[in-house]
Write a protein that binds this ligand. Structure first.
Ligand code: G3I
Length: 362
């Protein structure tokens, strides 16, 4: 008897080569948020709040939102250094109306703020840095449970911290340490995260990131959590994801798997993998990630967040490399489960008393 997942996989591979395929029987899809004790999150934009397909899927499956871009400096900071909050306020209001949590993203990022801050004299630079972090965090105090205080501090190559316009903040780990301290003053209760990507697929980068965490913890910087973005490289060797998760867990801090997607594309000009091979790789890596998160102590399972409710909500389906066939997240454009949904749901079911042990990963 073919189960739903096998049917999905077969329809995927047949569909990809243009053959017609049996439509999998509609079956109730269990809400991810009901399977586990930690929040299951998804990114959101103010525009999506108006779209019934998005709200119906999100309210049924998820219980935490991360503003995808409108809580970042690119949206909030005005040329006169005033702040605008209309769009992120709409996201926060929607979340509160539907009893969803909100993870704030992102206060300080190397890739934003240079135009506005670059023109400032040093003393004004520091004052405006403090004023920005304080202004945003204080605005959302008691409404946003946690923040990506500093986003992507490590270079892509992985052996060093990025250099940026923020380096004008003095002191060891300068702007990083200061951002956490100012955020803590603005909201004594929010959980404050350091967030980055490719930590699992680039061991050098992962090690540099964890050395930074260690320095911050040792210096008494109020870092309260580790964000592992998890934009997965589905061709990464088996075991790297689990290995990094175990290393990250050594600090005892809550871990946020913060921006999960698993593109079937690899960006190479000639990708000789069949759709079925890509799908197998994706299921193996997504399953490894979800199971590695389930292996954490409950106190360290902060949240598991997906970067896009449906494939067509993913930025991977908005960029110029999109081939229109990528299925990077858990639900397709119609809100139907992708095979990756089952890999996550299977892992989350381990939280159900008496459930089977974890699914072996290839
Ligand atoms: O919607 C507006 C449109 O009205 C306007 O005409 C256009 C030009 O200004 O901008 C559009 O907004 C864009 C938005 O994405 C929606 O597409 C913003 O310019 C653009 O900066 C924004 O990009 C976001 C990017 O971060 C930078 O903030 C992506 O949506 C978002 O998915 C991406 O997310 C990042 C995480 O924050 C950090 N980790 C990597 C992740 C993926 O790149």
């Amino acid at each position: 008897m073919l189960d739903r997942r096998t049917l999905l996989l077969s329809s995927l591979s047949l569909g990809a080569c243009g053959a017609t395929s049996p439509t999998p029987p509609a079956a109730p899809v269990v809400a991810l948020k009901t399977l586990c004790p930690f929040p299951v999150g998804v990114c959101a934009t103010a525009l999506q709040l108006e779209e019934h397909g998005w709200t119906e899927l999100v309210l049924s499956q998820f219980n935490q939102l991360t503003p995808e871009w409108q809580m970042k400096m690119e949206y909030t900071l005005q040329p006169d250094f005033s702040l605008r909050f209309d769009a992120p306020d709409a996201i926060v209001a929607f979340a509160r109306e539907h009893a969803l949590g909100v993870h704030g993203h992102a206060l300080i990022w190397y890739s934003q703020g240079e135009a506005a801050f670059g023109a400032l004299a040093d003393d004004r630079f520091i004052a405006e840095f403090d004023r920005y972090v304080t202004g945003v965090v204080a605005h959302y105090r008691d409404r946003v449970v946690s923040w990506d205080v500093v986003n992507e501090p490590v270079t892509d190559e992985g052996s060093a911290l990025r250099t940026s316009h923020w380096d004008r903040i003095p002191g060891p780990d300068g702007h990083i340490a200061r951002a956490f301290r100012i955020a803590r003053e603005a909201d004594p209760r929010a959980v404050l995260f350091l967030n980055d990507y490719n930590l699992e697929s680039n061991p050098t980068k992962g090690a540099t990131f964890l050395r930074l965490v260690e320095r911050l913890v040792s210096a008494g910087v109020p870092i309260g959590g580790i964000g592992i973005q998890s934009h997965l490289d589905i061709e990464a060797p088996a075991g790297q994801i689990s290995s990094f998760m175990k290393s990250a867990a050594q600090f005892g801090l809550p871990i946020h798997v913060s921006e999960v997607d698993a593109s079937l594309r690899n960006g190479r000009t000639f990708d000789l993998r069949s759709v079925a091979e890509r799908q197998r790789q994706q299921l193996a890596r997504v399953g490894e990630l979800a199971n590695a998160f389930m292996d954490l102590p409950r106190s360290q399972q902060f949240a598991f967040s997906i970067w896009g409710a449906r494939d067509t909500d993913s930025p991977l389906r908005r960029d110029d490399r999109d081939d229109g066939k990528d299925r990077p997240v858990l639900f397709d454009e119609h809100g139907e489960p992708n095979p990756a949904y089952f890999a996550v749901a299977d892992a989350f079911r381990r939280a159900t008393p008496g459930s089977p042990a974890k699914t072996p990963q290839t």
